[in-house]
Ligand binder design. Structure first.
Ligand code: ZN
Length: 499
């Protein structure tokens, strides 16, 4: 090993220590930090992430990356480190154009805007959040001007979350979905809606936590490399494949929320826990592509978790923890968890109308960045689109435009990833069934572990080393298409609703 390579690894380790603390501060702010303690955390978080950012853009690192990219050094590296050096050099060249003082101001505004969003949502008052949103939009434009000069802002943002994606491709995929799903939802909603009151009645939060434990165990979450916390909005966060945290929120009378959030976040976590550990603490590890990430959480939540057979091996255990299910048959439960209806809140939406929630946000974001609509006009635009796609109008901002936190930290361009994830899932499902046989049978026989193993081998272990395009090509051998997802929806809901 050359001295240069030794120095490089040492330097990476030092950056990681700062990132580790940043991650820990973020975790603590969202889970346990009391309100009055937030500001000190923001100060420390800003300091640590600025330090890490400076180290990731320092001339010293630039020189090391240049030297390691020369053939005599590069060819001596193993495949993993060749990837790491190549990827870091790309990131370095993008990030070094961001002025450090701008970066620091951006991180601070992210944290403050996040807190303003929370206050605005609690008060159901968009005007509290509006000035921060305006600032985040402006700062995001400035940021992409540095990172992706010459590329239109919104396309640059899409590409940041899902490399290789642009709005032309997404327009095509989402248009295909709209064409087929609007009439499908019309047909479904004309049918009687299932309603099991027991599933909308009081469920002790402790029991909900036990159900979460049962479900995480069942799908293959590794407790030696994982932990659980409680937050307003569920999320997954990881330090490495050896420490992956999920959060949940337990609503007193809506136990299905925490139940499906457990499976969703569990899907993200199983992905991260099964990335090749040799990639830990490097750019090859933790999957950076949000659509690929969402494809895994949504595969567990929807393709598996909303399949009747998923519940066959554990329904009795679920009934013990949720006594109100005593007289609810598995069939009734199954119909209830696949109840399709136009509703206000994205995270409560069924898997079909969910698509419209994303299409709405995607179109809003295009408008924000391409038509420069004043932020004050956004709530009305939101409500207008809700009426267009979901045929309902929010009563207030909390159940309208303030429901999601994404725009508060500048995650514009993230929303389409959720739906891309489902589109990939349609494609994966077809290949998985070719390889392993019917998912219905595997689940009914309690062989969910075989499905997890397949996902581990085909997808999880690669971490960030394959771009979305490369991943889809390697697993499915064809370009991305919404057709398999549309087929899945039509087949499933024709049967559930007897269309
Ligand atoms: Zn997710």
């Amino acid at each position: 090993m050359s001295q240069l390579f030794e120095d490089f690894k040492k330097y990476l380790h030092e950056v990681n220590v700062y990132d580790h603390v940043t991650t820990l501060l973020y975790w603590d702010m969202r889970t346990d930090t009391p309100k009055l303690g937030q500001q000190d955390h923001i100060d420390a978080l800003t300091e640590f992430s600025t330090k890490s950012f400076k180290m990731s853009t320092s001339p010293k690192l630039g020189e090391m990356l240049d030297a390691l990219s020369k053939p005599e050094e590069y060819n001596a590296l193993d495949e993993t480190y060749q990837f790491i050096v190549h990827r870091m050099k790309l990131d370095f060249d993008r990030n070094k154009r961001i002025p450090a003082d701008f970066y620091e101001a951006y991180v601070r505004e992210q944290a403050e805007s996040g807190n303003a969003w929370e206050a605005a949502k609690n008060a159901s008052d968009f005007s509290i959040f509006a000035p921060h949103l305006k600032k985040m939009v402006e700062m995001t434009k400035e940021m992409t001007g540095y990172t992706d000069p010459g590329i239109e802002t919104y396309d640059a943002l899409l590409n940041q979350f899902e490399e290789g994606m642009d709005s032309a491709t997404i327009d095509r995929l989402f248009d295909d979905l709209k064409k087929e799903l609007i009439p499908l939802v019309d047909k479904i909603t004309a049918k009687p809606k299932p309603y099991v009151p027991a599933l909308h009645s009081y469920a002790d939060p402790d029991s909900q936590k036990k159900i979460q434990k049962l479900l995480l165990d069942y799908i293959g979450f590794n407790w030696d490399a994982g932990a659980v916390g409680e937050t307003e909005h569920p999320f997954t966060l990881n330090f490495s494949s050896k420490d992956v945290r999920v959060t949940n929120h337990y609503y007193d009378t809506e136990p299905l929320f925490a139940l499906f959030s457990s499976i969703h976040e569990g899907g993200h976590a199983i992905f991260e826990q099964n990335v090749n550990p040799a990639y830990d603490h490097t750019v090859a590890g933790s999957c950076r592509y949000m659509g690929i990430h969402e494809s895994q959480s949504r595969f567990y939540e929807n393709i598996l978790g909303r399949n009747k057979n998923f519940w066959i091996p554990i329904y009795d255990q679920l009934k013990e923890l949720l006594p109100q299910l005593k007289d609810v048959s598995l069939d009734e439960f199954y119909r209830e968890i696949n109840c399709v209806q136009n509703s206000m809140i994205r995270t409560d939406a069924d898997e079909v109308t969910y698509c419209f929630h994303i299409i709405l946000r995607y179109e809003m974001e295009k408008t924000i960045f391409r038509e420069n609509v004043p932020v004050e006009d956004l709530p009305a635009l939101w409500n207008q689109k809700m009426q267009e796609y979901l045929k309902i109008t929010p009563q207030n901002d909390a159940e309208g435009i303030l429901q999601d936190m994404h725009w508060s930290d500048g995650s514009f361009g993230y929303f389409p990833s959720y739906l891309l994830g489902s589109i990939y899932d349609g494609m994966y499902l077809e290949v998985l069934e070719k390889d392993l046989g019917s998912v219905d049978t595997l689940l009914a026989d309690g062989k969910i572990g075989e499905i997890t193993k397949w996902l581990n081998e085909k997808i999880h272990r690669y971490g960030s080393t394959r771009t979305p395009e490369e991943m889809i090509d390697a697993v499915c051998h064809k370009p991305v298409s919404a057709e398999p997802l549309i087929r899945y929806f039509k087949k499933k809901y024709t049967e559930v609703y007897d269309l």
